[in-house]
Write a protein that binds this ligand. Structure first.
Ligand SMILES: CC(=O)SCCNC(=O)CCNC(=O)[C@H](O)C(C)(C)COP(=O)(O)OP(=O)(O)OC[C@H]1O[C@@H](n2cnc3c(N)ncnc32)[C@H](O)[C@@H]1OP(=O)(O)O
Ligand SMILES: CC(=O)C(=O)O
Ligand SMILES: [Mg+2]
Length: 356
């Protein structure tokens, strides 16, 4: 463990100063694509206009014999494409794989100035972040980079969950954490074969109404991921970094995808992964607060003046704590609306309706 006094010192001579605060540009959807897949790569310029984050995936879902093509493809795309304000992230291969060292050396050297965040899979504890932290500092120094690369961990092993607080605080580079429900299920020996989402067998049942134990008993499906997401959100919030729901693998089931994303949004996540173009608009809708919620939040903030005391609005008590809740929603809305005139207009229209 580094001394708190050294926490913000660069880890290599010539490496850029670590950031004191994580930037929070919109990252409602982290859109995954395989940079070695020509069809997907061809869509990057158009996708860049629609998504907050484009992520060139080098890890799982890229065949072993396509790893080098994916890495080289990402270098070419990053050099050739103007992504505007859209962030460019990558997911490198896992730290025990034969590819990760070349992933990091190549990407930082060739396109370190174009990349914003490096996602590291299968993080087990702070030691994995410390390894990446020092290596990135050495590579940044050699490449002459002036802006530090940030690191995002995937929470997808039982050890990772047990150590999530220390992972979140392991380095000033830590930007955020995503839930990785597929590898996590395997690591925990859970008995779901789905990539995220619920399971009809994970339920609670109301009490029996009579002698017949099968009669009239409603069941409610529960969220398999509630505990992990809630724990991840607390670890991230306590360390000033951002939590994300990860993938929802049933691409066809856009309804359940929206539900799973919304659960994560309500619990504090700022975004989710989109694996297929059809999931982009779902994430955009869910992770942008609704116009009605924004209108309400702005109304409470206006009524609360300096933010202290208590007032009644539509029969509901508001005080110092609830105005803070409303600021979370209103500040997110302001940040998103700043780059999205359509959203800004929807928020303003809902505000006028509420005050009419
Ligand atoms: C547990 C984890 O680690 S999750 C993260 C790793 N997994 C991934 O990254 C998966 C990314 N997504 C994919 O590989 C694909 O979406 C698949 C395999 C799920 C489905 O692909 P397809 O069978 O081609 O889907 P579909 O036919 O609906 O695609 C329609 C079009 O969208 C394109 N497309 C599909 N997914 C993407 C994507 N993520 N990005 C860009 N374009 C895409 C297809 O190439 C196809 O293009 P075309 O119209 O020019 O032919
Ligand atoms: C997200 C991911 O990598 C997983 O679910 O395993
Ligand atoms: Mg995984």
């Amino acid at each position: 463990m580094r001394s708190p006094k050294d926490f913000f010192a660069p880890l290599a001579v010539g490496a850029p100063e670590p950031l004191r605060q994580i930037p929070v540009p919109p990252s409602r959807m982290i859109h995954f694509f395989d940079p070695g897949n020509e069809k997907m790569a061809a869509k990057v310029p158009d996708l860049a206009k629609k998504v907050d984050v484009l992520l060139g995936n080098l890890e799982d879902a890229v065949r072993a014999d396509r790893k080098v093509a994916a890495r080289n493809g990402l270098v070419s795309i990053a050099k050739a494409t103007d992504l505007g304000k859209t962030q460019l992230w990558t997911r490198v291969n896992s730290l025990d794989s034969p590819w990760v060292l070349d992933d990091l050396i190549t990407l930082v050297t060739e396109i370190g100035d174009k990349l914003d965040v490096i996602m590291v899979p299968k993080v087990e504890g702070a030691q994995d972040i410390h390894y990446v932290d020092r290596l990135l500092a050495q590579l940044e120094a050699r490449a002459g980079l002036t802006k530090p690369l940030l690191v995002h961990a995937i929470l997808e092993t039982a050890s990772g969950v047990a150590n999530v607080e220390e992972i979140a605080g392991a380095s000033p580079r830590m930007q955020g954490i995503s839930l990785g429900p597929a590898d996590l299920a395997a690591s925990r020996r859970m008995k779901t074969t789905r990539v995220g989402g619920g399971h009809p067998g994970y339920l609670v049942r109301t009490d029996p109404v009579g002698e017949d134990l099968n009669e009239g008993r409603t069941t409610y499906q529960q969220d398999l991921w509630h505990y992990t997401v809630a724990r991840m959100v607390d670890a991230c919030a306590a360390n000033g970094i951002l939590p994300y729901y990860g993938p929802f693998g049933d691409i066809r089931d856009v309804v359940a995808c929206e539900d799973q994303f919304r659960n994560a949004f309500l619990l504090g996540c700022v975004g989710a992964w989109s694996l297929h173009p059809v999931q982009i608009d779902i994430a955009k809708k869910v992770f942008s607060p609704s116009p009605e919620d924004v209108a309400w939040a702005r109304r409470v903030i206006a009524a609360m003046g300096d933010g202290t005391g208590a007032v009644m609005i539509d029969g509901k008590m508001q005080d110092d704590a609830s105005v803070k809740q409303c600021r979370v929603v209103a500040e997110l809305a302001d940040a998103l609306a700043a780059d999205d005139p359509e959203l800004a207009a929807a928020y303003d229209a809902a505000g006028k309706e509420t005050s009419a």
